[in-house]
Design a protein around this ligand. Sequence first.
Ligand SMILES: *[C@@H]1O[C@H](CO)[C@@H](O)[C@H](O)[C@H]1NC(C)=O
Ligand SMILES: *[C@@H]1O[C@H](CO)[C@@H](O)[C@H](O)[C@H]1NC(C)=O
Ligand SMILES: *[C@@H]1O[C@H](CO)[C@@H](O)[C@H](O)[C@H]1NC(C)=O
Length: 366
Amino acid sequence: MWKCTHSISLLLLLVQLGFAAVKIVPAPAERAPSHYVFENQLSIADQTHEVVKLPNSNMVLVSQMSNSVLVKAEVDDKGIVQQLAAFRMGQNTSALHGLAHSQAFPGKVWLTLQGDNKLVLIDPKVKSVQSVPKVIKEILVPAPGNGPHYIGEYGNDLWVTLQDSSDVLRISHVNPSDYNIYRGLPRPIFVAQHPINKMFYSGQDNSDSVMKIEPKTGHVTQLKIPAKVGQTPVGMISGPRGVWFTLLGNNTKGTGTIGHINADDKITYHRLQSPLGKDAALLHLAFDSDFTKGHTLWLLSSSIVNDSALDMIIKVTFDAQWQNIQSEDIVVIPTQKSKAHRILLTPANVFATELSSSKLLSYYTA
Ligand SMILES: *[C@@H]1O[C@H](CO)[C@@H](O)[C@H](O)[C@H]1NC(C)=O
Ligand SMILES: *[C@@H]1O[C@H](CO)[C@@H](O)[C@H](O)[C@H]1NC(C)=O
Ligand SMILES: *[C@@H]1O[C@H](CO)[C@@H](O)[C@H](O)[C@H]1NC(C)=O
């Protein structure tokens, strides 16, 4: 009996000695930054569309088209809404849609009332969310133009897509009787000016074609998107070495493809490779504000085309020549089937609007 207990104690001692032989020392604990996704709830509307952040201010403006409401929201440095107020612009049928900063009128914002066929310059009154925005200027879209969507200010001119008449409008905001209407195909969505050849381009989502406008001659050409590459050009912006656009795909399949138009109208297509990226339904895009440093393009994939398409933010890194994609990082938006709509970069965070869930998402790393 004594012998047996003795052997067991000896065994336990040996086991303990065995454990004590494992050395434990601090290990390096470097890690990549954590990602935060925060969904700000806005006032309820059927359709939440565009977002801009006012310069030198903590105010963002969001357009809700279905009820023609402008949301003014004060955000903190992480893009989290502190307080907000909502304002009906015109009637509930006026269809507030596009939003753009004015350079000519610093701090003021251009907007489109698609239902009223009007372009409006407002003072958003940034000092307080409760202050009612003030109308500074109203410009009626000249006939036969109809249904302004995108608006952008380029010097004395505004460039506007007329979604409902399938035209692109150039109109002087100094002298609105000075304008041109360029006939397009169904339906021009955005306009972007080429940083090198200075021509204007517009993607026509229902025609799988990009319209090129030479403002001096009025000459319009169509750059066809080959069916084998993809379908439905939507997002279109000026960026490094050219104009960049996304292809949304059709209602059964996203194409995970973006295009780059160089100064000679040669289009290079880039197909995403990652498992979720390759069939993504890419609606919109934005570059880092300092894209010379990071070579980063942000894409928004959206269920707007089909409920089963994922709503995602995709961070794409290019090589220094912007010729090859080097990495794809995907953040799936918490609220799926939300028809993610627009993406906006600030130095501190990424904003994305969710069309059907009345949300403004903020994504940041820390
Ligand atoms: C728009 O306003 C009209 C009249 O004020 C009202 O009858 C209608 O219900 C409103 N529609 C929506 C979608 O708010
Ligand atoms: C939708 O897109 C896919 C992939 O590009 C293509 O194979 C298919 O034919 C398209 N469907 C229609 C109806 O165009
Ligand atoms: C959406 O896409 C899925 C998968 O491709 C397809 O099965 C479904 O029919 C599509 N829905 C519609 C409404 O086209």
